[in-house]
Write a protein that binds this ligand. Structure first.
Ligand SMILES: O=C(O)[C@H]1O[C@H](OP(=O)(O)OP(=O)(O)OC[C@H]2O[C@@H](n3ccc(=O)[nH]c3=O)[C@H](O)[C@@H]2O)[C@H](O)[C@@H](O)[C@@H]1O
Length: 327
């Protein structure tokens, strides 16, 4: 049993708690016996992700856009996750994305300052941009295009990290910065769910699996259950500098497409398309710090974790077909 289960009950706010990562974090915190408050504007999150907790006495859900101030009286910990996270979604909504990352983050830091809560930022390995150094340790400053199509997200998250650090320096707010890398698992949104969701969805529909660029770009995918454990361990530590929370198996996107194709009976072909602008090519966060400071490392190999994720998508497809009357 996780030692976390025995810790004292806390009052915990999760911004973006109805999203993919957020809802898995909420499951973990609820199962550990805490009081959990979710603030979400449902821009990309869904109430369905929280279905099992909606009527639970320790759970509350506030429909709230964090770009507006949020006033709560008592909070012990805040996990600040709210932000569109999928490239096509944030690229289509850059003003909302950068406002969430800046104004929204400021509002959450003010709430932490008022309540004395510990606050964790869901940052991202995207802050390294298109890295020139492999692997990327937390000391690497990155290679980022400040006016590129990803800027609302990658520069936005860099701004959020700078804001966290400023509140720590000036007001001694207890901060945590998790640089989270590509996560996958059940509840990935069907649209804009990142590469894993796109490939599975296309393969199940026997449609072309589109690989952007030459497919040699790399990602270190982690199962969402591992990501959640890493984030919680970071919150429980007293470490105020950024920590990479990422998978350790480096896959090219072409290898990922081939793996998913091999696991699904499909007539889909892998088709190369124009590369995405500023698409990071060599993403491989170094997790030595997480291993040594948090005693954390991912446990779920991609080849194991991907199967239940495929099953999840298959089930979603069946449910949709029942709803639309397709047999
Ligand atoms: O790990 C991170 O730090 C970040 O990674 C992702 O960004 P990215 O890796 O670009 O996201 P995906 O959309 O999953 O794309 C991964 C790779 O697959 C490629 N891809 C994606 C989708 C697709 O249909 N085909 C395809 O070849 C992309 O071009 C890219 O090279 C997420 O968008 C962020 O939320 C997250 O913070």
């Amino acid at each position: 049993m996780d030692t976390f289960t025995n810790s004292k009950e806390k009052r915990i706010l999760v911004t973006g708690g109805a999203g993919f990562l957020g809802s898995h974090l909420v499951d973990h915190l609820m199962e550990a016996g805490h009081q959990v408050i979710v603030a979400d504007n449902f821009f990309t999150g869904h109430k369905d992700n929280l279905q099992q907790w909606l009527h639970h006495p320790r759970f509350s859900l506030i429909e709230h856009d964090i770009t507006k101030p949020l006033d709560l009286q008592e909070v012990d910990e805040m996990y600040h996750l709210a932000c569109p996270a999928s490239p096509p979604v944030y690229m289509a909504n850059p003003v909302f994305t950068i406002t969430t990352n800046t104004v929204g983050t400021l509002n959450m830091l003010e709430l932490a300052k008022k309540t004395g809560a510990k606050i964790l930022l869901a940052s991202t390995s995207e802050i390294y941009g298109d890295p020139q150094v492999v692997p990327q340790t937390e000391e690497y400053w990155g290679h980022v295009n400040p006016v590129g199509s990803r800027a609302s997200y990658d520069v936005g998250k860099r701004a959020a990290e700078a804001m966290f650090t400023s509140y720590y320096r000036q007001f001694n707010i207890p901060i945590r910065i998790a640089r989270i890398s590509n996560s996958y698992g059940p509840r990935l949104p069907e649209d804009g769910g990142g590469v894993v969701g796109s490939f599975i969805k296309q393969a199940l529909a026997n449609k072309p699996i589109y690989v952007y660029g030459d497919g040699n770009q790399t990602r270190c995918l982690q199962h969402v259950s591992d990501a959640v454990k890493g984030i919680v361990k970071l919150m429980e530590s007293d470490y105020t500098h950024p920590v990479n929370i990422a998978g350790t198996e480096r896959f090219t996107i072409m290898e990922l497409a081939q793996l998913i194709k091999s696991l699904i009976e499909t007539s889909s072909e892998i088709v190369k398309k124009e590369p995405r602008q500023d698409d990071p090519r060599l993403r491989q966060p170094d997790i030595t710090k997480a291993k040594t400071i948090l005693n954390w490392e991912p446990q779920v190999p991609l080849k194991e974790g991907i199967k239940p994720t495929i099953e999840y998508f298959r089930q979603q497809l069946r449910n949709n077909n029942v709803e639309t009357g397709i047999s």
